[in-house]
Design a protein around this ligand. Sequence first.
Ligand code: HEC
Length: 186
Amino acid sequence: MRRLLLATLVLTPSIAFAWPWSTDMMNQPSVKPQEGIMTPFPQHSVPVQGIVTKVKDRDEAKELKSPFQPTAEVLGQGRTLFRIYCSACHGLTGKADSPVSPKIGAISLVDDYVQNNLTIGWVYGTITFGSYVMPSYGVPSGRGDNRGANDLSHDERWYVANYVKFGLAKDAAEEDATHTASSETK
Ligand code: HEC
């Protein structure tokens, strides 16, 4: 009988009970989630819905004016980004002379068509939303197929657009001159 009573006592679930000091481990001076200053988001991270842009497509971007003047610094930034993101298809100085250019039909960006016919807003729109074959660099779903990227921030896309319109042709001409000069010395 005694054994039975003991067993019953041991096996009966007791009421949950905690001593006041049971939570001590939790209450420590460390910073808890949502407490204190939130760390800023890493550069280039975007909300899952994508980047909010003021324009919805390339047509709307056409008339946009550049928020930057084509200063040496802006063109320098644009040149660096162009060489990283655009040169594979369009060539180092935009002359469509990379090995890939003819294969995918990447056009020369130093010809009259881009230099004189396309507005800087349209170039910015092309970089942001992509074109027919060309991928987008501002809005992943820019071409409607979710195969683009958001590698370039708003400001970076304007740096590249400025470089395409105000720096690229000059660099291409200089490259041609160096090329001719070096072949003459041979
Ligand atoms: C994967 C290859 C590829 C890359 C990388 C690429 N482009 Fe293109 N781009 C193309 C092709 C192909 C075309 C022509 C067909 C089209 O419009 O899609 C083009 C067309 C363009 C046009 C003309 C658009 C028009 O309205 O006719 C511009 C301007 C341009 N690219 C700028 C850029 C810039 C600036 C970058 C870098 C941010 C870049 N491209 C990166 C492939 C590429």
